[in-house]
Design a protein around this ligand. Structure first.
Ligand SMILES: C[S@@+](CC[C@H](N)C(=O)[O-])C[C@H]1O[C@@H](n2cnc3c(N)ncnc32)[C@H](O)[C@@H]1O
Length: 261
């Protein structure tokens, strides 16, 4: 279970909890400079996933791979009977369990040095939290009995694992016919996370042609899945009150084609 995030201090829980649950506080800070929609990544991705469900798919289970602090996992419970959040970082899974148990948790955003701003991560009462369960594990070694799903979300995960191709190739087998997969990626392609020989894109091939993550995902999934839509969704990484990074994930929504038995 080698997540780069797992090796870092518990500040990462607050950092990601700020992205998943702190938008309603953080978006008010710099309204002149930072559009509020940049704080809606989790909500926008969850809505897109729910709206993309194919009514003919009877499987009402969802899987959130690399669920982090669980924002998307809990949102999917509005539509699915069972949702599994899966992550390799113990601190994130513990935080998800706390939210499942209590419906809320105190989180902090860094203002300056040791000064922090207290916020509340809250799951709306309308969400049945008991539908959600969380598994600590490595996406490169999913439990063999995890089953199949009507929806698999792979959000901002492919760029931070050692072998993203292995996960991509696993996706069709995790879905029932007409099940959807929502893949979000900021396409970092960095050796900090992924050995260069395993990059999905971001390099020139032997013929000197640019290989992109966008195209590689299409090449792999289009064998047994249909691309429904592609959208861009921004998100904000807040490091300090006055220090932000805006990233824009490309989100591809795929539907598994009917298999002829
Ligand atoms: C950049 S965060 C994205 C989290 C969330 N899905 C989102 O979109 O905000 C990547 C997540 O993947 C998890 N992760 C990294 N490597 C993993 C692995 N090998 N198996 C399972 N989870 C992993 C990290 O712990 C982290 O929670």
């Amino acid at each position: 279970m080698e997540s780069i995030y797992a090796k870092k201090e518990s500040g990462w829980v607050n950092h990601y909890a700020g992205i998943h649950y702190g938008g309603r506080y953080l978006k008010k800070r710099w309204t002149n400079f930072v559009p509020a929609e940049n704080y809606q990544f989790v909500e926008t991705l969850s809505k897109l996933s729910i709206h993309s469900i194919d009514k003919t798919c009877t499987n009402k289970r969802a899987l959130d791979l690399g669920c982090c602090v669980g924002g998307v996992t809990f949102n999917l419970a509005a539509k699915f009977n069972e949702v599994i959040g899966f992550d390799s970082c113990e601190g994130f899974i513990e935080f998800c369990e706390e939210l499942k148990e209590n419906g809320k948790a105190t989180i902090f955003s860094c203002e300056e040095g040791d000064l922090e701003n207290e916020m509340l991560a809250e799951i709306p009462d309308s969400i049945d939290r008991s539908k959600c369960s969380f598994i600590l594990g490595d996406v490169l070694a999913l439990p063999s009995d995890i089953g199949t799903f009507g929806c698999v979300v792979v959000s901002n995960l492919l760029h931070c694992i050692k072998n993203p191709m292995k996960v991509l190739k696993t996706i069709p087998g995790l879905l029932d016919d007409n099940g959807i997969c929502v893949i979000a990626s900021p396409h970092y392609s960095s050796e900090e996370f992924t050995p260069k020989e395993n990059w999905l894109g971001g390099y020139l091939n032997q013929e000197g042609k640019a290989v992109t993550t966008t195209q590689t995902i299409k090449d792999v999934l289009s064998k047994n899945m249909e691309l429904i839509c592609t959208v861009d969704i921004p998100f904000i990484l807040q490091y300090r009150l006055r220090s932000y990074e805006v990233a824009i994930s490309e989100v591809q929504v795929w539907k598994k084609m009917q298999t002829n038995n």
